[in-house]
Design a protein around this ligand. Sequence first.
Ligand SMILES: [Zn+2]
Length: 142
Amino acid sequence: MHTQRHRLEIDCRACGTIALARAEPVHEGFRRVGERFVCTACGHRYPSRDETPFVDDKPAASVFSEADRQQAPQVFAESERRRCCAWCGHRVVNPFGQRCGLSNREIESTDLCDRFQLRAEPGSEKPSPPRAADPLSRLFGE
Ligand SMILES: [Zn+2]
């Protein structure tokens, strides 16, 4: 068993897989106040190191059997993937990075947000509303 802290392997609660996490700085204004971690498999964001389910931090990870893991809500992960900030109409891109026009917070393209609003694609002229029939989107809606 390796216990190196450099291995950013997490047992992702969102997609239920062992995946690598990507560290990203958290800023308050221009001050760096910490780190948060993003699951590279599904894009789920953990707001702090303490809340990130690192595999190394969990020697008791085996209490979850493989069967438990398969019951993880993969469907949600798939649905959430479409709620990334990259597709959100509130995303504002500037030379310093990108932020959310609603919260004014710094964001990543892979961030997930419950205020997500599908961006109107300037190029697309599809007449039907996007995925209105998806029952999962109603689950996440207001
Ligand atoms: Zn994940």
